[in-house]
Design a protein around this ligand. Structure first.
Ligand code: MN
Length: 401
């Protein structure tokens, strides 16, 4: 009998996804915009190299207009000779585009807000002025030999027909890509799908989506954007970024691969190492329950789960931990049962009676209720107390001639 590791119903639904899916990772830009996070130049180049190694297609390396050192970092990443294309962010302003030109990037990600709220309180511009600025920026970038993408900031609160108008004019001005942004993460999958599919009808250019996780829907929204005809999705490692963060690279790639059977060529076994590098550089603790790459992503404590995992890992793991470069941890604590104890004793060739094993389990549960996780040292000291000096199993003793 064949067993399915993930629910078969997602793939059965036959979501229509584009032939080509592009990940443009923004760990170095939106990720670094997370309050309190700053990457040094060395950290940026090493993160960029690791992103390239796992096969990310495009790297958004920064926002050159922010500072001279930010600009230097973008320039440096662009000069590394990576397989990934290097992109940078730019307002629809000449001085920003000049900075991008200096960095010698493959494409500039222009943006201008399109929601009436942002027009009134931030840009203090009319819709006509926004259209003019957007077209001017695409023109200017193209004239300087830069491929230009134009995104409408705050798309999920913008009038779709106004965005369509702007995108049409930008396409005419020579833009290479157009992007929607759920800047506040305040659109659900239906909103994202509606906006992308409406704009899909109006332009032939590739569409991108930059999405946030404020309602915890970033990955869902990314899949929704693809299904509506977008082809490029902005991600960040671990989903770091402003406020609640962005689409997590790991979650997005793994959802596409396993739930929707779409392999986009990312080498998933490098994801845990990449996430550790980024969290360390950002001086952020890796959340224990971070999907796929966190220490608990493949940890089991409950006796029922451990017993089943020891018999067949797929019972409580729908992905093999090695596939994402992580590992399985069988943890001792108040939920432990006899199977993990037996398996640990067997590993070391220690024999114990059924009664002694039950005593060991009781002691582990007591310790777990006192202070949570039971360490290896503590486990062996419990074993010592219960069975005396652990006598090696005679079968495991090397026979001396
Ligand atoms: Mn953002």
């Amino acid at each position: 009998m064949r067993f399915s590791a993930v629910s078969p119903y997602n793939a059965a639904a036959k979501l229509r996804l584009p032939e080509k899916v592009v990940v443009y990772d923004s760990t170095l830009r939106d990720g670094e915009q997370m309050p309190g996070v700053h990457f040094t130049l060395e950290q940026k180049t090493s993160i960029a190299r690791k992103l390239d190694e796992v096969g990310v297609h495009q790297i958004e390396a920064g926002f050159p207009a922010v500072s001279e050192s930010e600009k230097a970092a973008v320039k440096e990443v662009a000069s590394l000779g990576l397989d990934a294309e290097v992109l940078c962010l730019s307002r629809a302003l000449k001085q920003d585009i000049d900075a991008a030109v200096d960095c010698d990037v493959d494409m500039v990600l222009l943006f201008i807000a399109t929601s009436d709220l942002h027009l009134r309180y931030k840009l203090k511009m009319t819709r006509e002025q926004v259209l003019e600025k957007a077209v001017e920026a695409v023109d200017y970038a193209s004239a300087h030999g830069l491929k230009a993408s134009m995104s409408s900031e705050d798309s999920t609160r913008s009038d779709v027909s106004f965005m369509a108008d702007m995108f049409g004019r930008c396409e005419h001005a020579g833009a290479a890509r157009l992007g929607i942004t759920d800047t506040l993460g305040c659109g659900g999958p239906e909103a994202v799908q509606y906006i992308v599919s409406s704009l899909r009808e109006k332009t032939k250019l590739p569409l991108s989506a930059h999405l946030h996780n404020d309602f915890g829907l970033a990955t869902v929204n990314a899949v929704a954007a693809l299904s509506a005809g977008a082809e490029a999705i902005a991600t960040t490692v671990g989903g770091i970024g402003e406020r609640a963060g962005n689409v997590s690279l790991e979650q997005f790639v793994m959802a596409l691969k396993h739930l929707y059977k779409k392999d986009i060529g990312i080498k998933t076994d490098g994801l845990t190492d990449l996430a550790r590098t980024v969290f360390e550089a950002a001086r952020l603790p890796m959340p224990a329950n971070q999907p796929w790459v966190g220490p608990n992503a493949f940890s089991h404590e409950s006796g029922i789960h451990v017993a089943a995992v020891l018999s067949c890992p797929m019972t409580y793991e729908c992905v093999n931990p090695e596939e994402v470069g992580n590992r399985r941890r069988l943890v001792l604590g108040k939920h432990s049962g006899t199977h993990i104890v037996k398996s640990r004793l067997d590993e070391k060739g220690v024999s114990a009676s059924q009664e002694q094993i039950c005593d060991i389990v009781r002691a582990i549960k007591r310790a777990g209720e006192e202070h949570g996780r039971v360490s290896d040292d503590e486990f062996w000291s419990i074993v010592n107390d219960v069975v005396g000096r652990p006598a090696p199993n005679p079968d495991c003793v090397e026979k001396k001639g």
